[in-house]
Each structure stands twice: as C-alpha cells, then as structure tokens.
Design a protein around this ligand. Structure first.
Ligand code: HEC
Length: 445
C-alpha cells in the first residue's frame, strides 16, 4: 500500500517537472475538489439542519467559518467521533468512522492554505440523507420487517435522570433470525434519550414471564447493530419486550415520547452459527470485591478489571465499552494460559461517554478465543478537573445507574464455536494470511 502511494506521488511530480508558483498553489487541496468530498462522506450525516451536530456543513459557505476548529478537531481525531485506538489492537472494523491519515492531512493542508474554495465546477453532487426520523439502516436494508414501540411517556424539559421501564408485547409471532436491529429515539427527544436497552421476556414452563435474551442497546451517538454475516440471533415468538430507557432532560419537553426498535430478518436461515450477545459479562471487579464495589476518590483516578473465560472456543464479533462521565479509557485483552502471552484486541484510550459505538470487527478479523483463554477488560477513570466531562471533581463516585454514577462494563457479542468450527476458521485465516504475504512479495518484485 505504502509502496503504491509513493509511486502515485512520484508520477504526479513527474508530470509537472517544473512548478510555476501558480501551479504550486494549485497543488494545495481545495474545498471543491477534495475537502467537500471528505466532509460529505464523513461529517454531513450529523452536521446538517435537524441532526445532532451543532452546526451545518452542507456548503462551502457553512464550512468555511469553522475551518480552524475543523482542523483542530480532525487533527486530534476527535471528529468524526469514533474513539478507537489507531495503532493498537484489531484495526479491521466495520462502519469505521475514522478518517485515514491521508484525509486528515488533506484537511490540515487545506486549512493551512487559507481554506480555498477552488474551482466550483469540481464540487460533487449534493448527497441525499435520510431524515432524522428515518432508519439509518434503511439505506442498506430498506424499511424494517418489524417494529416495536415503547409505551408513551412524557419527558419533562428539566430535571434529574429518569428511567422508564415499560413492558410491551413484541408482536413477534414467529421465531426468526435477525439480520440487523436499530433502536431509534424520536426526533424530538434525540437530545434527551441517553440509553434505551431492551430485552425479551419469555414464558417459562411454569407459565411465568422471565427474562430472555437481550434485544438491542442504544446510547447517544449509536446508529444500529448488524449481526455478523453467517450468524443467527433468534428472536422468540409470542414474547414481550422489557425496555429500560434512560432519559436525561435537555431543556425540551417531549410529551408522549416513544422509542422504536426496528428489526430486519434474514430471508434464508440455514447454516448459521448461533450468536449470543453477552451484555454485561465483563463487569469489572475492583480488588476482587463484589461487582459494583469500587469508589473513585475526589480528584482521584482508578483502574478496574473484569475477567471472563469460556470452556469452549468463541469468536468475538463486537466490543462496546460502557462507562459514564469519569470513564476515559477501556481495553479488551486476551490472556493465553498456555504461552503466558497477553494480546490487546481492542483499545479506546481517549474514550468519552458522549459517544457510544459497538465496534464490530470485519468479517475474518473477529478475535478467535480458544477454550480456557481469559478475556480481560480494563477500565480507567479520571475524577480530576482535567477530565472535561467531569461535572464535579469534589465528589466520591461509586457505581450506579445515574449519569453521575459510574459503570464499567463492555457489551460483547459472542459466537459459540465447537472445536471443528474453530479449527476451520483458524485454517481459513492462515491460508488467507499466507496468500496475502505471497502476493505482497510478488508486487514488490
Ligand atoms: C456522528 C455525528 C457526527 C459526525 C459524523 C461528525 N460530527 Fe462533528 N460534532 C458532532 C456533535 C454532536 C458535536 C457537538 C459535541 C462535540 O463537540 O463533541 C460536534 C462538534 C463538532 C465541532 C465543533 C467543536 C467545538 O469545539 O465547538 C467541529 C468543528 C466538528 N464537529 C467537525 C466535524 C467534522 C469536520 C466532521 C467530519 C470529518 C464531523 N464533525 C463529524 C457530531 C458529529
């Protein structure tokens, strides 16, 4: 890749051996030619009227006044908001919002050159976006096959954290494999709906309603979940859905608010691996005390760890850190007892509770965990005044449900494998890696 890039640059220079100063100016990126395309692809989704970004970036006139701030936020990798380390752990992620280094450099160079418009004829066609009250996944999958709504609830304009936990009929009359699921707050309450978790309730043999599998999880900044290819997440027929919606009033009263879940089914359901999602398996333990027994001192910092292993091989399909305002970083590692080696799978060192992502590994790059290996989740908290999210560094902070309490868990989706499937996946990857090494060698000759 690097080799190819270098070659391209070389060709460009070869074509213009003697640069006049006008040509030199033309080598700076312009809005019309390069920057507009980066903004269109990576920013407008949120930075348009009615969406969650505080300003609109739909035209040069709208973007230009923000150029220096854009440069800073992009160079610091704070925008687009996707907090996942660049140089540590698995880098093959689906729906990865991070800009490439080349795109970042383009924006930085453009701002340094005075943010020129360039030739307006080179501007791309405007991009069409779904309205805020449309499904994000609709572009890929169309309208959902099934929707489930929470019971209506009046969100007040002001006040403390609120929880709304209605139980509704799922309306699902057939147990099928989910392809994707998205939880969508209403457009009016998009700023106050902090989390919306849901799980199934199913009838047990005694005829009692008991908790079933997790259905979906939403937190601010999250757009939907796709079940990995070839995996089946079954929904139970004749079930109910219990919601746990966490509102944090943002100044706008929203009467009769409802959150909606959209479900897309697979048409064809044969040959899938059963997928299960473990919402809170990697709960952190502090000094081996009970799960929630940790306190962060005023102006203090803390690290907690949680562990989990399986007696059979598993494939981890996604990882989503979850902490609150004092949470600043999290990592997921695996310890192999046979070799004594520990490997970082994923890490977010500049994590912030303002954004929540389910980092879904690309097909073929999901970590394969052998039986008996231990997953290690480490969470770091900063209760000092240096943490910009910290509302009050003078407080002791313990674990709890309120936004101002802490949490430390990761949501990981796990596919359970038998030994044969595990070996087959390992072999597939070995072959792929060998053949890509071979083709790299071939290319360099
Ligand atoms: C997923 C939605 C989303 C995407 C994608 C996104 N932004 Fe933002 N952006 C926001 C929100 C929300 C804020 C306000 C909160 C914050 O500052 O984090 C913001 C704030 C900003 C700010 C203002 C920061 C300040 O200090 O006032 C800039 C500049 C910015 N974004 C630039 C960009 C650029 C450039 C891109 C694309 C390369 C981008 N954003 C992509 C949602 C987004």
């Amino acid at each position: 890749m690097m080799y190819q890039k270098a070659l391209k640059t070389l060709l460009v220079f070869a074509a213009f051996p003697a640069l006049s100063s006008a040509q030199e100016a033309a080598t700076h990126p312009t809005y019309a030619k390069e920057v507009s395309r980066i903004i269109q692809e990576n920013c407008q989704n949120c930075h348009q009227p009615g969406s969650i970004g505080p300003m609109s970036f739909m035209s040069y006139e709208e973007v230009r006044p923000w150029a220096p701030l854009i440069q800073m936020r992009v160079a610091n990798r704070e925008m687009p908001p996707y907090h996942y380390d660049n140089d540590v752990g698995i880098q093959h992620l689906q729906n990865d919002w991070r800009l490439s280094q080349e795109e970042i450099d383009t924006i930085v160079d453009w701002v340094n050159a005075g943010s020129p418009l360039g030739n307006p004829e080179e501007l791309p066609e405007p991009k069409m976006y779904p309205a805020v009250d449309e499904w994000r996944l609709a572009a890929e999958f169309g309208q959902p096959d099934h929707t489930i709504k929470s019971e209506a609830w009046d969100v007040p304009a002001n006040g403390q954290d609120l929880w709304w936990k209605p139980i509704v009929d799922s309306g699902i009359d057939e147990s099928r494999c989910i392809k994707a699921v998205e939880t969508r707050p209403s457009a009016a309450a998009i700023g106050s709906t902090h989390h919306a978790n849901s799980h199934f309730k199913v009838l047990n043999e005694k005829g009692e309603w008991v908790d079933g599998d997790r259905l979906s999880e939403f937190a601010i900044g999250k757009l939907g979940e796709k079940v990995p290819e070839g995996a089946c997440r079954k929904v139970p027929a004749n079930s109910k859905v219990e919601w746990e919606i966490h509102y944090f009033p943002d100044g706008n009263a929203v009467p009769n608010d409802q959150v909606t879940i959209g479900i897309w089914y697979h048409d064809e359901e044969d040959g899938f691996v059963e997928e299960e999602s473990y919402p809170q398996d990697l709960r952190a333990y502090f000094l081996s005390a009970s799960t929630d027994d940790y306190m962060i001192a005023p102006h203090g910092k803390l690290m907690t760890q949680g562990f989990r292993s399986f007696d059979h091989p598993v494939r981890i399909d996604s990882w989503q850190p979850h902490m609150h305002l004092r949470g600043v970083a999290m990592s997921l590692e695996v310890f192999y007892p046979e070799t004594g080696r520990t490997e970082v799978l994923s890490q977010a060192s500049n994590w912030t509770s303002a954004w929540n992502h389910s980092h879904t590994y690309e097909e073929g790059y999901q970590p394969l965990i052998p039986a008996g290996a231990t997953l290690i989740m480490t969470a770091w908290y900063d209760n000092t005044a240096d943490n910009p999210m910290n509302p009050d560094p003078d407080q002791w902070v313990g674990s709890g449900q309120r936004t101002t309490d802490e949490m430390s868990h990761a949501w990981i989706a796990v596919s359970h494998l038998d030994d044969e499937a595990y070996e087959a996946l390992l072999t597939e990857r070995k072959e792929r890696d060998n053949s890509s090494v071979a083709s790299l060698d071939g290319g360099a000759q």
